[in-house]
Design a protein. Structure first.
Length: 255
């Protein structure tokens, strides 16, 4: 089968599910986003993302696939592993997400639109804050700083995640394209990344000593990436992401 389609709460989850139908990892397929996810925020019922994937360079990877059952994938230098379609086989830790290369001009324009949208939203709900926008190799960033902004972060960053998705949706409705824009409030995400990196390194050291896997609780894609990146610096360990959103989680294993 050369193509597969799937729907899920996020594009990343839909890609993982569709790739599993082909017996492949997400980084082994070309992705066409048919419908972008519309999140459920502030009482508005959203809709799932839908994607179509096509195998990339099928001659370089040998796979054995049984759709909707077990999948076995063999790549050079690794042992054969078997998993359910809802789980991905081991993959390099820095490929939690595979996005198109950043077009600085497009990302910059999207980031300015996102900043304007967020400013209007804050005015509407009578919240004061200073907005700073900037762009790097990962995409666009909006930093919101001010007093009494904890309400915009919420428990475990849940409100911040919803606000970020709402901001992206505001850009999507204007441009008809996904915006690679990330929102932070008073440095919450930066501090969270540091905490996760420290926890990941401690867990990796434990894995090196015990030779036993360490499994984290389900996390957001950004939080999982922080774990992957931290463990990638520790020789003798590797990471995998297993499960479907919102219960997708990272496991540290001995290399």
């Amino acid at each position: 089968m050369a193509h597969a389609e799937a729907s899920a709460k996020t594009v990343e989850s839909a890609v993982a599910a569709a790739a599993a139908e082909l017996g492949l990892r997400p980084d082994q397929v070309e992705v066409e986003v048919i419908e972008d996810a519309v999140p459920s925020t502030f009482g508005v019922i959203g809709s799932p993302a839908r994607v179509r994937v096509t195998a990339r360079n099928p001659t370089t990877t040998t796979t054995t696939t049984t759709p909707r059952s077990a999948t076995a994938t063999l790549t050079a230098g690794t042992a054969v592993s078997t998993s359910r379609p809802t789980e991905e086989t081991a993959r390099p830790p820095r490929r939690e997400h595979r996005d198109e290369p950043v077009d600085a001009e497009v990302v910059g324009a999207d980031t300015e639109l996102a900043g304007d949208f967020l400013e209007g939203l804050l005015d509407a709900i009578d919240v004061d804050g200073d907005i700073t926008t900037w762009v790097d190799e990962n995409g666009g960033h909006i930093d919101l700083e001010g007093e009494d902004l904890d309400v915009l972060v919420g428990p475990n960053g849940e409100t911040l995640d919803a606000l970020q998705e709402l901001t992206r949706l505001g850009v999507l409705r204007q441009t008809r394209r996904r915006a690679r824009v990330f929102l932070d409030v008073n440095g919450y995400r930066a501090r969270r990344r540091e905490q996760l990196a420290a926890a990941a390194k401690t867990a990796a050291e434990q894995v090196l000593q015990t030779r036993e896997d360490h499994e984290f609780q389900p996390m957001t894609p950004a939080e999982r990436k922080a774990i992957h990146d931290a463990v990638a610096t520790i020789e003798g360990t590797r990471t995998e992401s297993l499960g479907e959103e919102p219960n997708r989680r990272v496991i540290i294993r001995p290399a």
